[in-house]
Design a protein around this ligand. Structure first.
Ligand SMILES: [Zn+2]
Length: 74
């Protein structure tokens, strides 16, 4: 009976460690993504003066544009 209990505890530990190892990198990734969103820089479009996030902005000839239409990339 004691052996069975030990095996049960070991299995539980393995499951716990497996879950813990899987959960922690995802949580860290989520934290860094939140930080990126928090520090997102807004840039003014050179064409229509609309503010867009740095990620969405289109850079052409050293100027920032809100869309392909404004950058005349069509
Ligand atoms: Zn624009």
């Amino acid at each position: 009976m004691i052996v069975k209990l030990l095996v049960f505890v070991v299995v539980l530990l393995i499951i716990y460690v497996a879950f813990f190892k899987k959960a922690s990198p995802a949580q860290k990734k989520r934290e860094t993504e939140d930080k990126k969103i928090g520090s997102d820089i807004m840039i003014e479009c050179s064409e229509c003066s609309t503010f867009v996030s740095e990620k969405e902005a289109i850079i052409k000839d050293g100027k920032f544009f809100c869309s392909k239409q404004c950058a005349k990339l069509r």
